[in-house]
Design a protein around this ligand. Structure first.
Ligand code: FES
Length: 164
């Protein structure tokens, strides 16, 4: 499986925290999704072998929890808070701005045509006082009104162009 060497190290370390190997299923899924962006069939089979489980034992965990993705997403993951404070302060408009800027639709089953972005609604990001709030990959952005959403979109596009 194609993961960073440090992810493999963290996986081996995490397994030692549990007296029963199967208890490491959830942490392993999180580590793999963090690195690969989603949980592939290959990852499920790999975890099953690693933890001496049946495939179905891993698959049932993946399908039970909505936070696990079964398909790749864009290179950048834009998470827009839709809970009350953010919704009242224009979070839906913020989301529409990202959709327009990247010519894509909301949802982890959509990737913008340039492969750059997947936009998702999430629940409260614990920064309600600075609503509307958006998380791009691991970084939190506050007071993301339409103008700031455009500015962040330009930044993502510039970073994408710089990679080419
Ligand atoms: S409601 Fe959006 S951060 Fe709390």
């Amino acid at each position: 499986m194609n993961l960073k060497p440090e992810t493999f190290q963290r996986i081996d370390e995490v397994i030692t925290h549990y007296p029963v190997k199967r208890s490491a299923t959830l942490p392993l899924l999180h580590l793999i999704q963090e690195d690969a962006g989603y949980i592939s069939d290959e990852a499920i089979a790999w975890i099953a072998r690693k933890l001496e489980l049946e495939l179905i034992n891993v698959l049932e965990v993946v399908t039970f929890y909505p936070m696990f993705r079964r398909a790749p997403i864009g290179r950048r993951h834009v998470k827009v808070c839709r809970t009350l404070s953010c919704a009242l302060k224009g979070g839906y408009k913020t989301c529409e701005t990202f959709e327009k800027e990247f010519n894509t639709r909301l949802g982890t089953n959509h990737i913008s045509p340039d492969g750059e972005v997947t936009i998702e609604f999430v629940e409260c990001l614990a920064s309600c006082g600075t609503a509307p709030v958006v998380m791009i990959d691991e970084k939190l952005h506050e007071n993301v009104d339409v103008a700031k959403a455009k500015q962040l979109s330009d930044q993502i596009k510039a970073e994408a162009a710089a990679r080419k």
